[in-house]
Design a protein around this ligand. Structure first.
Ligand SMILES: O=C(O)[C@H](O)[C@@H](O)[C@H](O)[C@H](O)COP(=O)(O)O
Length: 261
């Protein structure tokens, strides 16, 4: 199933469209099950989610936060309130801005005590503990590692989650959550979803904005042979529906025909 691209002139429209997409899949998930299982990424996605799910009051009114189970498609091994934490970003931009009466979602974070130690201080690097963080996160994944929605970013090098071009983790098949200690994008120590989790999702959506993304989107959408991680997601053959929400500048000069969501 080819990836669908939805493009807008304004950043607000990208965010609103992402919000409507999330609500549609939330409602579908809650029709057949009790919870909505969504995975988030870091980077600029935090701001998009704030605009969509907090600032847009029409969309905000439709979010069943108490039924959400939130995971992170990748996470940096830093304390949860650290500026590099993907949870920290979601917490400060979205969760902390929800009205007081809202019942908060169940959010699955890394086990912070393995990063900071019992005294709350950041520990020296300990590979055993890092691997334990990854395996604990894996043990908390939904049954069958099945997500209703996985929201992804696409880095300027074509990485997604913490799956980087040419990295051996692109071939990881035995672990659902992998540990990476040599991330080319700082910070170096992270955990990440692997391809088996992405393949199993019901839907995946990328959000990419700004002219800086155009060269890599050109390669992803025009070069049939590229092995960039984001292109490998587009090419999944497991029935997962892949969408891209972009602004016009991100696809300037890219040979694709976008739609409106
Ligand atoms: O933890 C991470 O590093 C992110 O999850 C990462 O995969 C991000 O999604 C892309 O780098 C795109 O980031 P931008 O949207 O900020 O360009």
């Amino acid at each position: 199933m080819p990836a669908q691209v939805y493009a807008y002139a304004e950043s607000n429209d990208v965010a609103n469209s992402v919000g409507n997409y999330i609500i549609k899949h939330q409602n579908a998930a809650l029709q057949s099950g009790e919870t909505f299982k969504i995975a988030l990424s870091g980077g600029s996605l935090g701001k998009v989610l704030k605009k969509a799910l907090v600032d847009n009051k029409d969309i905000a009114a439709e979010v069943n936060w108490d039924k959400w189970e939130v995971y992170f498609s990748d996470e940096r091994l830093v304390p949860l309130d650290h500026e590099d934490s993907n949870y920290g970003l979601f917490n400060s931009l979205v969760l902390k801005n929800l009205p007081a009466h809202i019942v908060l979602p169940k959010v699955y974070t890394i086990d912070e005590s393995l990063v900071t130690g019992k005294d709350g201080q950041v520990q020296d690097v300990d590979i055993e503990k890092d691997l334990e963080i990854a395996s604990k996160y894996e043990s908390n994944l939904p049954k069958g590692a099945k997500f209703d929605v996985i929201l992804l970013g696409c880095g300027p090098d074509g990485h997604t989650c913490s799956l980087f071009p040419g990295h051996k983790l692109l071939n990881e098949r035995s672990k659902l959550i992998a540990y990476i200690s040599d991330s080319p994008k700082p910070p170096p120590r992270r955990i990440t979803f692997t391809f088996p989790v992405l393949e199993n999702a019901t839907t995946i959506a990328f959000v990419a904005e700004g002219a800086g993304k155009a060269p890599i989107l050109k390669e992803i959408f025009e070069d049939k042979h590229t092995k960039l991680p984001s292109k490998l997601v587009n090419d999944l053959t497991t029935g997962v529906q892949v969408s891209w929400f972009v602004d016009n500048s991100a696809i300037e000069g890219v040979g694709i025909v976008p739609s409106k969501y």
